[in-house]
Structure formats: C-alpha cells, structure tokens
Write a protein that binds this ligand. Structure first.
Ligand SMILES: Cc1cc2nc3c(=O)[nH]c(=O)nc-3n(C[C@H](O)[C@H](O)[C@H](O)COP(=O)(O)OP(=O)(O)OC[C@H]3O[C@@H](n4cnc5c(N)ncnc54)[C@H](O)[C@@H]3O)c2cc1C
Length: 377
C-alpha cells in the first residue's frame, strides 16, 4: 500500500475533529482527516438535531472568553456555508436562588459583565404560558443564546475543509498508530499515512486509545426525547426559547419545536454508565425522570413522546474538557472528555487545537483545560 505524507492528521471527524480539520486547512496545512464512519453519523456524541449554545456559563466562568470567541466563529461559519447552522431564539435558565445553576450563572455574569437579566416569575408566566415554574426560582434570559444543528455544522465544516484542500479518509477505522522518526504512521484498511503531527478527537472512543489519551474517561449513555405537545403554539420556535432548569439538584434542558421537529427535552446530569460506545442499555429510569419533570413543570403536561435517541457523554474526572499530549509521543495531541457540554465550543476548540499543533503553544484562554491540572498536586 502506498504511503501518503501530511503535515497533520486529524483522527475522528465529529464535532471537534471537523472544526480542527477546517482550521488546519485554513492555516494552509497539508492535512488529512480520518473517520471510521461517514460523519455526521449517529454512533458517537454529535447527533440529535440540536445543541444548546449559551454564554452564561454556570459550569465555570473561565469558559466565557472561549464561548465569546466561539460565537464569533459560528457566525462566520454560518456566513460561509449554505446550511442553517444556528437559531438564536434565546434561553430561559434558572432554578433555586442558592442552587448550582443560579450561583454559577451569577459568577459568570459578574466576572464577564454578561447581559443575562433576571426575569420575574410574572413575566415568565405571561410570556411563556406553557411553563409551570415555581415562583421562587430565579430566572435569567439570554437573548443571543439558542441552538446549533450539529449535523449541519459538521457537514459544513467538512465541506469547507475539502474546498480548502483537506484530504478525507472515511469509512475505515484507524487500526494502528506507530511513532517513527519522520512522523507518526497511521494505518487503516484503505491507507497508510505518515503525518508530522497527529490530533486525536475520538470522542467516546478515546478510552480505546488510552496509551495516548492518558486520562480516565467515563462513558455515559444519555437519552433524548422529542414531544408533540397538545398546545403546539406554546412550544414552537418564536413563541418558546431554549431552556435550562435546575430542579431538585437535577438539570433539564430543551429546545423549541421547529419545522417538523418536536419539542426536545432531556436531562443533563445522571445517565447510565457504559463500558463501550455500542453497549445497549435500559434507559427507562432516565426517561421516567424526564417525563416526571415534564409533568411537574409543563402545562398542560407533555404526554406524546414522538421520538427518542441515544447519545454518549465522555466524562473527564472534573467534567471539564482536556487538551493533552500523548505520553508516548508529544507529536500526538488530543482533545477529550468533552463531558456533555462541548459542542457549542467546537469552533473555538478547533481553532485552539490547530494553533497549538502548529505553534506548540496552547492559547492562554485554554490553559485551564490542559491535562497538567490532574498532575499538579
Ligand atoms: C445527548 C447529548 C446532548 C448534548 N447536548 C449538548 C448541548 O446542548 N450543548 C453542547 O455544547 N454540547 C452538548 N453535548 C456535548 C457535545 O455534543 C459533545 O461534547 C461533542 O459532540 C463531542 O464531539 P467529539 O468530536 O468529541 O466526539 P464525536 O462527535 O463522537 O466524534 C468522534 C469521532 O471519532 C471517530 N472515531 C473514533 N474511533 C475511531 C477510529 N478508530 N478510527 C477512525 N475514526 C474514529 C468517530 O467515528 C467519531 O466520528 C451533548 C452530548 C450528548 C451526547
């Protein structure tokens, strides 16, 4: 089999890899992207028609500068591609005043001067009559937030990367990776590649490459539900924003109905631990908790589940993303442990990764995500 040589090989072309490939192609690199399937596909972490995007980052205020850059890059990508990637319908978010979500939001708002005004319970009830929320919850509204269409985002990034000259090798898994003096050799059934540098963006398959991706990752199976509510008008985009609520230490989120797609509702915490991506699970308990939340906080209650899907979270030890380098070969870089909240950052993480690989310097704004945080004490 002939050997093809590249400056960089990006292995895994889901949300993260497709953006990394695009940024490397934009930088003028000879780059190849490899995936075992034909992305976008439904086997990993980047499918399910919608992903929340918001600046009010309750999880950690240090994400805010990254998400601000991600917003700029998504807007630019939207201009360059032909598909609708992003709907800015706003997000209503809140819960108990002393809860994790509201406390975390306040930190981000104060540190970064974010525009997320408090909305009174009366205003929420008047504006969105489908929600039945406790009047003591503190609610915020973020106008610029909304949802991304992950499949269209991946398709657009891969399409633009191709136009810029990036090579793509799809439909065959990487079987071997060997460090040589002149680069890293990557073998699939169809090709042999030698790349001076390698990026691993393998999502929930990362634990299979743990000699390189040297962090513990727990996989969680997650369930998504779509409803066809009886009061359809309450829930269509235009009348309903995205939402994220903390209720009794659980986190529920959703997106309005649009086109032929119903109202989406899912739980962010919890999930069923799995040992491998393709493990089948019984998700009844998670579904019940979503239905129970809907019964308590939607009026009239949502009953008709129209569609469901399964997806996987790759959880790092502290639930924050991890930029690392293989302990066996520092030319191999990885981005892993996206922990169920990474998609909105894909544009900026792709940019950060491409610059890191090319310059050997990880951007200041992403230093808090470096793998060394697990070894510093
Ligand atoms: C149910 C659910 C809801 C979510 N909601 C949100 C949200 O609202 N907002 C948000 O920001 N984020 C959200 N996330 C998180 C976000 O979607 C993920 O963080 C992101 O999609 C991870 O992308 P990835 O590129 O790391 O993984 P993936 O998209 O899974 O990509 C990994 C790729 O690697 C390829 N691969 C693996 N092994 C090999 C091999 N040996 N050879 C070749 N190719 C290989 C796979 O085929 C795959 O295409 C959610 C995730 C889930 C599951």
């Amino acid at each position: 089999m002939p050997v093809d040589e590249f400056d960089v090989a990006v292995l895994g072309l889901g949300g993260m890899g497709s953006q990394t490939l695009l940024h490397l192609a934009k930088a003028g690199c000879q780059v190849i992207g490899v995936d075992q399937y034909f992305p976008p596909h439904t086997y990993g972490s980047s499918h399910g028609l919608s992903r929340l995007i918001r600046k009010g980052y309750f999880e950690h205020p240090e994400y805010v500068p990254l998400i601000e850059r991600a917003f700029e890059l998504w807007a630019a990508l939207q201009q360059q591609g032909s598909q609708n990637l992003w709907t800015q319908c706003g997000i209503l978010e809140g819960g108990p005043e002393n809860g994790t979500l509201v406390q975390g939001l306040q930190k981000s708002i104060e540190q970064h001067n974010l525009d997320l005004p408090i909305v009174s319970a009366e205003n929420v009830a008047r504006r969105y009559p489908g929600f039945n929320l406790p009047s003591h919850w503190q609610m915020h509204f973020e106008k610029e937030a909304g949802f991304l269409r992950p499949e269209a985002c991946i398709e657009t990034a891969l399409g633009l990367a191709k136009q810029l000259g990036a090579t793509q090798s799809l439909g065959h898994p990487i079987e071997e990776m060997t460090s040589l003096n002149r680069g890293v050799e990557i073998v699939t059934r169809a090709r042999r590649i030698i790349a001076a540098k390698v990026v691993l963006t393998l999502g929930p398959w990362s634990p299979l490459w743990k000699s390189h991706v040297d962090i513990p990752i727990r996989l969680l199976h997650k369930r998504l539900l779509w409803f066809r509510p009886s009061h359809q008008n309450h829930w269509i985009q235009g009348n309903c924003p995205c939402f994220l609520f903390e209720s009794e230490n659980q986190f529920f989120y959703g997106m309005p109905a649009y086109d032929q797609v119903g109202l989406k509702l899912a739980r962010h915490d919890g999930g069923v631990p799995i040992q491998s991506v393709h493990q089948q699970v019984d998700a009844t308990e998670e579904e019940h908790s979503v239905l129970d939340f809907a019964a308590r906080h939607f009026t009239p209650s949502l009953e008709h589940v129209e569609q469901t899907a399964s997806c996987r979270y790759s959880m790092s030890a502290d639930e924050q993303f991890v930029f690392g380098q293989s302990p066996l070969d520092p030319r191999i870089h990885y981005l892993a442990g996206l922990s169920g909240h990474g998609f909105k950052f894909a544009t900026v993480l792709g940019e950060v990764m491409s610059r890191w690989v090319l310059s050997d310097e990880l951007a200041e704004d992403a230093q808090f995500l470096h793998r060394r945080r697990f070894t510093s004490n």
